[in-house]
Ligand binder design. Structure first.
Ligand code: GUN
Ligand code: ZN
Length: 443
């Protein structure tokens, strides 16, 4: 990947730490008239425009995005590529929703053309929402992973994705076996892992759809690739938890199933984590794993209310994700807005600065990618989202009474969605621009 060179001027916002843990002055970097200088896809310099413009190379293009905000591209640590046509399916909790809508739909994804067109749609939708990196479940068909990575590579995006492993409790068209699940994952790792900006994630769907032999196969992969991402689901729904209790009678709780097979570790991302016990939280914390909060999905499927305070007290890394298509929006802004409401129902707060930290540096950390993405600092990859806080009449009206950056950000996350995306940059190249039709990929 060659990567673009340019300079971007705007109101820069980036986080060096979680604003909740550090003094605001140390956590939040905000430059009212700032410049980010990009060379070959990487951030070269960040600072005051007045200063950097004076010594900018004369051949550098400056894109002036004032008065808009420029942030690191949003990161979405958990979503499902094959669920773009499952989103907004009516009236079911998790287990019924999977059987009635999701599994039949995913059964189509052995067809490379179906998987390619869904991947194109998904990636364009993410870029329109300002999301530049995601943790992605494909289906159990290796073709779906080939299609997804091909499309992601064509756009130069940093993506983490994997083939779902599932060998029981689903329709035959979706089931692999312990052997094929292992072998197909292994082949995909060889083909894609570390190629450009792509990384593979070992992806057992969740305990109910894997036999013990398949979980052993996942364990074998995890120990062969100790630095690799792992992604799965944990403790989303009461009926799911009861199912796990029956299927793994030896296990004292849901989390222990994953522990037994060596899957609770750093860079292991567990979607949902709603109904965990104190012991389970301690196990996630000890393993250095990440709990991924998916508010629009948790509300839509009636799964329950994520307990952010308990996670934080337990010292667990937290991600914030859309969980398309249990989730109902591709937009991280809408996801943050719903996170605020879920936490409100728990009597907890989500200040805007913490929410924007979660969407950027926090999710980078949750995915173990914080050395490359998530902040506006030299050396990081040049993925940006440019946001318009006055994108709609509703927002413009509200902004008339906004006095501080925090108030602006809170109204932006509460009222904003993809309409607030002015532009999205991937590795120093403009990948989305508001008001233009989706541009074809460069040849
Ligand atoms: N648990 C297992 N598979 C899924 C899925 O596709 N979506 C959600 N929300 N939960 C799951
Ligand atoms: Zn999910």
């Amino acid at each position: 990947v060659q990567g673009g060179s340019l300079a971007i001027r705007g109101r820069l916002l980036s986080f060096d730490a979680d604003p909740r843990d550090e003094a605001l002055g140390r956590a939040v970097r905000y430059i009212e008239d700032g410049l980010v200088v990009v060379e070959k896809g990487l951030i070269r310099e960040v600072g005051e425009a007045s200063d950097l413009l004076q010594r900018l190379r004369p051949d550098m293009t400056v894109v002036d995005h004032r008065p808009h905000l420029v942030l690191p591209g949003f990161i979405d640590p958990h979503l499902h590529m094959p669920q773009t046509q499952v989103i907004a399916s009516y009236g079911a909790e998790l287990m019924e929703w999977l059987a009635k809508y999701t599994f039949p739909e995913e059964s189509r994804y052995g067809d490379p053309a179906v998987a390619a067109s869904a991947s194109r749609f998904l990636l364009d939708e993410l870029l329109a929402s300002g999301t530049t990196t995601a943790g992605v479940f494909c289906t159990s068909h290796p073709e779906s992973v080939d299609a997804f990575f091909t499309e992601a590579a064509g756009r130069g995006m940093r993506m983490v994705a994997g083939k779902v492993m599932m060998d029981r409790n689903g329709p035959p068209a979706l089931l692999d076996t312990p052997e094929t699940g292992y072998q197909q994952s292994r082949d995909l790792i060889r083909r894609w892992h570390g190629k450009g900006r792509l990384s593979y994630a070992i992806s057992p769907r969740f305990a109910p759809t894997s036999s013990e032999m398949q979980l052993e196969a996942a364990e074998a992969l995890a120990s062969e690739f100790p630095d690799m991402h792992i992604q799965t689901h944990l403790s989303e729904n009461e009926a799911e938890i009861a199912f796990v209790r029956e299927a793994f009678p030896w296990s004292k709780d849901y989390t222990e199933v994953y522990e037994r097979y060596g899957l609770v570790r750093e860079k292991a991302m567990f979607g949902h984590c709603i109904h965990l016990s104190v012991r389970e939280r301690a196990a996630l914390s000890a393993g250095g794993a990440t709990a991924v909060f998916c508010p629009t999905s948790n509300l839509f499927l009636g799964s329950g209310l994520f307990d952010r305070e308990a996670m934080r007290e337990g010292g667990i890394r937290i991600g914030l994700a859309t969980d398309i298509g249990g989730g109902t929006s591709y937009s991280m802004l809408r996801t943050a807005a719903e996170a605020y409401k879920v936490l409100a129902l728990r009597g907890q707060k989500l200040p805007a600065l913490e929410a924007f930290h979660m969407m950027t540096a926090g999710n980078a950390e949750a995915m173990g990618l914080d050395s490359r993405i998530g902040r506006l600092v030299p050396g990081h990859e040049a993925d940006f989202v440019v946001l318009d806080s006055s994108a709609t009449a509703t927002m413009r009206r509200r902004m008339e009474r906004v006095e501080t950056l925090e108030e602006e950000l809170f109204a932006l996350m509460t009222l904003g969605d993809e309409r607030a995306t002015v532009a999205t940059y991937v590795f120093g190249e403009r990948a989305y621009e508001r008001g233009t039709t989706r541009r074809p990929l460069p040849a």
